[in-house]
Design a binder for this molecule. Structure first.
Ligand SMILES: [Zn+2]
Length: 141
């Protein structure tokens, strides 16, 4: 990108990549369901806050309990995250036997906590490290 920007200072680049797993690497604080357990757990890993909308308002949701909270050092489980979004039932299993390809991202599912949460807009829109790097410099990915 630096070479492109030097050669074409007035241009916006369109960067295209194949589907290599390296190109899909996520940032360490990524919002990804596979990092989460069903119940809250102690964790040194920090996950960035998510967001959700309820009654037309947008709420920011901490996934890792913030400093000063009684559960600081803990990470919310999927059950807590879904309850705060008013989406949960206590009987939802962590993960059902459906494969990711069987889940329609446009059709709400309630088969399990993992699939329900993975369809939420903040989890759906998690960008790869590469996409973040390209877009943060004003280019197209
Ligand atoms: Zn499921």
């Amino acid at each position: 990108m630096e070479i492109f920007e030097k050669l074409h200072p007035e241009c916006i680049g369109l960067f295209c990549f194949d589907q290599s797993s390296n190109h899909q690497a996520l940032p360490p604080d990524a919002l990804v369901v596979r990092k989460l357990t069903l119940k809250d757990k102690m964790s040194k890993e920090t996950i960035k806050p998510g967001y959700f909308e309820l009654d037309g308002r947008r709420f920011i949701q901490d996934i890792s309990y913030p400093e000063g909270h009684a559960k600081y050092g803990w990470q919310k489980g999927m059950r807590t995250i879904l309850q705060e979004r008013h989406l949960s039932r206590d009987d939802l299993p962590r993960l059902c036997k459906k494969k990711a390809a069987e889940i329609n991202p446009c059709e709400p599912t309630k088969c399990c906590a993992a699939h329900l949460l993975s369809q939420q807009p903040d989890f759906c829109s998690q960008q790869s490290r590469l996409e973040i790097a390209v877009r943060s410099r004003g280019h197209l990915f």
